[in-house]
Write a protein that binds this ligand. Structure first.
Ligand code: UDP
Length: 719
């Protein structure tokens, strides 16, 4: 009883002190300290502000400096037998447990000093056979990035022999461990099952995360079935630690969602925009990009005082000159603090332009550099404000190409330094888990603090990689963190692949690659009211249904495309029409077929997406998917050419006829008359479609155009 009492008293007096070394307050250091605070751990950081003398430990052995710092700091505890010291690296360590848990695990070892273990015998591989053999699923070799023991014992151990700052600390401790009398004297053990220390290098595949009953995210070692307390991204596992750090140490909790995302944020006062920080907004148009007009509109609409924004534009595409100039001459643009334009003729490369943006920002002592590629559409006008309020050193709004897997962030990096899919990639880009993510690469849109720009290496030139990849690779390799936030919907990315600027109206062709943007530009703004059933189509004649379908711009672009193509048919049926299967058009018009302008497939897609849903509401019970249509064409009526069309049936199940311009404005007369019902529609509406049965009931004629030019778009659907 007396012994038990004594043991309990000793236990009660034992306290844990975490000791870490950090000469600089790096992002990793900040993460480390946060993890200690989250777990209520008492800690001491050694070496802050000092010059690092432990050598280039990334590339070679070193780190003795850590030992010497530890010796100095432990002197005061050298006779303290109740103080338990948990010593760890700091830049690449996250602690995920409180002192009670850690101490109780330590006690289980019945050892005075426990070192973490790893699968590599480093830095001296010749020592492999000197190590005690362990079970297959355990780690055999000492890692010095984390150990735990009584202060008095550790002090005694590490002062046995001198170590130079530049010597290797791991070798220093390894030799002590392999010296059997020393090992036995201190009863040194290795944590071969990762009960306390999880060294990730070479073991990343062996761990996963899970939420405990309180929602706390824990690391699980699937091989030894342990839940380690100290996670160390040693060696090549730094990025894996960054990924795990998005969840560990209460960064994320299954009950509370993201926790760290709410820390260290700032608020911009809407009432006092004069106080909002200065931003250098750098816009990069490096490739032909569809929907650039809308891009600029969204930039202009950003909820941010323009007098706080200095704009720099790099335009590498002659095709886009006009659009960029429109942005400059737009009266709202005059409110920007400044605008600098690097045009195609300036002949500056993308690398140079990106570097200029950094220089501009530094020169003007800007608070933020906001780098935005022409593919970035900020549908949320608060995007910039929200990013600034998140207050991170380097932060990207997580955005994706709608409906696809392309985004502006990577969850992981391949060993060659390029994209690799992380397990949580889709959770991040689809917003299944909301967080401010520590990521290995961001692009297309990102915000960097001016003060951070002064510290990070700025490197864009590399023949083997894209300038932005080069930039962030260098930053990453220098241990700066970059984040992506999906806490808000910021907007979406444009897919510029295959954008063919040799077309006169290239965006018309973007129905496949950029469907949502295409829809916004080209579908009639009221179409959805009709498609959703909120508004019923008009019925100007029996079984003729009339509803808005395409925007004015589509009408105009279609006419432009056809007129530019210019090969209007003669409107006679006495000769072969090579465009038509069978070569004979019953009631020929002056027209151009969609096949002639390379738009057939696009138009069929349009029919399927927008016309078929309306047809199914109108002609109930008739279903054909996809709608088929061989003949899709724009017809031109004018007095000196073909001015009317005699009564006829169409070779279709149903016909769609869209008016492309305006009666009494663009032309006089015109319209359609359904003979059986003696019913005419003359006041056609630009962008509105009429659909009616083709073959039996709706014998119809095109009424005479008396002036101007009338254009209609006709489809014979399901012939
Ligand atoms: N360290 C430091 N300043 C430096 C470099 C390293 O304080 O300039 C400390 C810090 O605690 C860091 C540890 O040394 O975590 C080991 O460095 P690193 O994590 O890069 O090495 P690894 O764990 O990969 O051996």
């Amino acid at each position: 009883i007396l012994i038990c009492f004594l043991i309990n008293t000793i236990n009660a007096q034992e306290s844990l002190l975490v000791v870490g070394v950090a000469t600089d307050e790096t992002d990793g250091y900040k993460r480390y300290v946060r993890s200690l605070k989250q777990n209520g751990l008492e800690y001491e950081i050694l070496g802050l502000g000092e010059e690092w003398k432990g050598g280039d430990i990334k590339r070679q052995a070193g780190g003795g400096h850590k030992v010497n710092l530890l010796i100095n700091s432990l002197e005061k505890y050298k006779n303290d037998e109740n103080k338990v010291i948990l010593f760890t690296d700091s830049y690449d360590v996250i602690v995920n447990d409180n002192s009670e848990k850690i101490l109780s695990k330590f006690k289980e070892f019945s050892s005075k000093i426990v070192f973490g273990a790893e699968g590599f015998c480093w830095p001296d591989e010749t020592l492999v056979d000197s190590y005690p053999v362990v079970a297959d699923n355990e780690k055999r070799f000492l890692n010095s990035g984390g150990f735990i023991g009584y202060a008095s014992d550790i002090y005694e151990l590490i002062t046995r022999e001198p170590i130079k700052d530049e010597d290797d600390d791991q070798l220093f401790y390894t030799k002590m461990f392999l010296n059997i009398p020393t090992r036995e004297k201190f009863n040194i053990r290795l944590d071969t099952k990762s009960e306390i220390f999880q060294n990730l290098n070479g073991a990343v595949q062996e761990v996963s995360i899970f939420a405990d009953e309180n929602g706390k995210i824990e690391l699980f070692n699937n091989v030894t079935k342990t839940v380690p307390s100290v996670v160390h991204g040693n060696g090549a596992a730094k990025l894996d630690l960054n990924r795990l750090g998005n969840y560990l140490a209460n960064s994320y909790s299954n009950n509370d969602g993201c926790v760290s995302c709410k820390e260290d944020t700032i608020q911009l006062n809407e009432e006092d925009k004069n106080q909002w920080p200065e931003v250098t907004l750098a816009i990069f148009i490096e490739q032909p990009t569809p929907f650039l007009r809308e891009f600029f509109q969204k930039i202009t609409k950003l909820n941010y005082p323009k007098n706080k924004i200095s704009v720099l534009i790099h335009n590498n595409e002659k095709y886009h000159n006009l659009e960029v100039e429109k942005f400059f001459t737009n009266h709202e643009s005059s409110s920007y603090a400044s605008i600098k334009y690097l045009t195609v003729t300036d002949d500056s490369s993308e690398q140079e332009a990106r570097r200029s943006a950094v220089e501009e920002c530094l020169k003007s002592d800007c608070k933020f550099l906001f780098s935005v590629d022409s593919t970035v559409h900020f549908d949320n006008s608060d995007a910039l404000k929200l990013l600034i309020e998140q207050n991170r050193s380097i932060l990207a709004p997580v955005m994706k190409r709608p409906g696809g897997s392309w985004s502006n962030v990577w969850g992981a990096v391949s060993s060659q330094g390029f994209y690799k899919r992380s397990d949580d990639y889709f959770d991040i880009i689809d917003g299944n888990i909301l967080n401010v993510w520590n990521l290995p690469y961001v692009s297309e849109a990102f915000l960097i603090k001016g003060e951070v720009l002064k510290k990070i290496p700025v490197e864009f030139n590399d023949e083997t990689m894209d300038p932005t990849i080069k930039f962030f690779t260098t930053i990453r390799n220098n241990d700066f963190f970059m984040y992506g936030t999906n806490l808000h919907e910021f907007g979406h990315l444009i897919n510029p692949d295959g954008f063919n600027t040799s077309k006169i109206r290239p965006e018309l062709f973007e129905i496949f690659n950029n469907f949502e943007d295409w829809t916004k530009r080209y579908v009639h703004p009221e179409y959805n009211d009709y498609a959703s059933g909120k508004v019923k189509p008009q019925v100007p004649c029996p079984d003729v249904y009339w509803f808005p379908i395409i925007s004015d711009e589509f009408c105009e672009d279609l006419i432009t495309m056809m007129e530019d193509f210019g090969q209007w048919s003669g409107g006679r049926n006495n000769k072969e029409d090579s465009r038509i299967p069978g070569g004979y058009e019953n009631v020929p018009t002056v027209d151009i077929h969609m096949t002639q302008v390379g738009y057939q497939q696009h138009w069929l897609h349009f029919l399927r997406k927008f016309v078929q849903p309306m047809q199914q509401k109108i002609f109930i019970g008739y279903y054909s998917d996809p709608p088929r249509a061989d003949l899709n064409f724009v017809v031109r009526y004018r007095p000196d050419e073909q001015d009317h069309l005699t009564p006829h049936h169409d070779a279709s199940m149903y016909t769609m006829n869209i008016a492309l311009n305006i009666p009494d404005v663009d032309f006089q007369g015109g319209g359609v008359r359904f003979v059986r019902y003696d019913c005419s529609v003359t006041q056609t509406i630009k962008g509105w479609a009429m659909i009616h049965p083709g073959r039996l009931t709706h014998y119809h004629e095109g009424l005479k155009v008396k002036g101007g030019t009338r254009y209609i778009m006709v489809s014979f659907i399901d012939p």
